[in-house]
Design a binder for this molecule. Sequence first.
Ligand code: 5GP
Length: 180
Amino acid sequence: MNKIKVEDKEFEIFLENDALNKRIRLLGIQINIDYEGKCPLFIGVLNGSFLFMADLIKEISLPCEVAFMRVASYEGTSSSGKVKELIGLPENIEGRDIIIVEDIVDTGLTLTHILKMIKEKNPASVKVSSLLLKPSALKYDIEELEYIGFEIPNEFVVGYGLDYNGLGRNLTDIYRATEA
Ligand code: 5GP
């Protein structure tokens, strides 16, 4: 199906499952090489990363652990407005080699917060694997962004874990909005 509707919005095919899998296989190979002799801890950021994590982890031939966490935002009292909190972050990450698994990095704000809070727990190393990255939307310099699936234009995408108003996460391909 080339065009679909999710709720009120029209989307067109963008990245097919076959292309996603091929790229994820290569990311897995790179991680297997880079982490040889180590036991990385993959931490997925919910909800969007669950399918990417499932496919990525199948390509990993190293001993490894998998965990998931969630970022909750609430209105804080600080001048910065929204305060973000990590829920479900594993306790013992001190001295571990962490790979954060994200569905998409847009402005990079969420990831910047996650990295700050994870680094406070003194891991041995932290890198990020994101299936998608919108380089033209990026507002923060994130040197830990290492394993990127696809760089995409600044468009809204859905499918393969990514939602539109909670819908579309079950689509096996990734679609992009046909109009803003
Ligand atoms: P950032 O903090 O990098 O600006 O935003 C990251 C989050 O925004 C992602 O984890 C995702 O939840 C959401 N997001 C950004 N761009 C898209 C998009 O094109 N499609 C969907 N479904 N979510 C997006």
